[in-house]
Design a protein around this ligand. Sequence first.
Ligand code: FE2
Ligand code: FE2
Length: 244
Amino acid sequence: MPVTNSQSGTRVDEVAEGIYRIHTPVAAIPGGFSFNQYLLVDEDPLLFHAGPRSMFPLVREAIASVMPVEKLRYVAFSHVEADECGSLNELLAAAPQAEPLCGSVAAMVSVNDLADRPARALADGETVSLGGMRVRWLDAPHLPHGWECGYLFEETGGTLFCGDLFTQPGAEHAPLTTGDILGPSEAMRGVMDYYAHGSAARPLFQKLAATRPKTLACMHGSAWSGDGERLIRELADAVAPAAS
Ligand SMILES: [Fe+2]
Ligand SMILES: [Fe+2]
């Protein structure tokens, strides 16, 4: 059964081979909202987004429905915020071999102080093998926010863990959709502009698009399946249009 906690509505769905989306609906904003974490099940399992500290029992329960929590090897995240790494230390305590995995700026500025164990800090373009899968870190400072911001791309299956990009409002979503996520995320940006609008946004979007992802693993809302290169370029045109 995909629902792992009937009270919160937390559920787990496989959205790409070996990649599980943990989804919890919340009432944080009018109309509802949601938080996702992604579990990559491999020899060295990785969780992308620790989730808020208040959600740790739900996330632990959801992971345990797929694999033993203590086997987690990496807890990775895009940038330093509660929904990205709020329960990092709880997860490190639950999984003795686990390390924080993040960009080098995040490790230097925050994580090596906040976390109970040192981070494995990744340079832009650096890869880590999880066994069958391999993830690559992509620096994306200030896209959408946070100097330390970056993303992971899983190279063997083509999944981009795109964090807050394509943030969709609402509490209930299909786990994986081929429908429109750009429209809803742009509508949300219209009322809550969470972008830093840094000067390098457009080339950073182009760098992400160049991975040609088949799946976009969004933190808020549905994961998406399709031509990720095209959709990221459309998002770039909406957020950071080319100078005319
Ligand atoms: Fe964020
Ligand atoms: Fe977020």
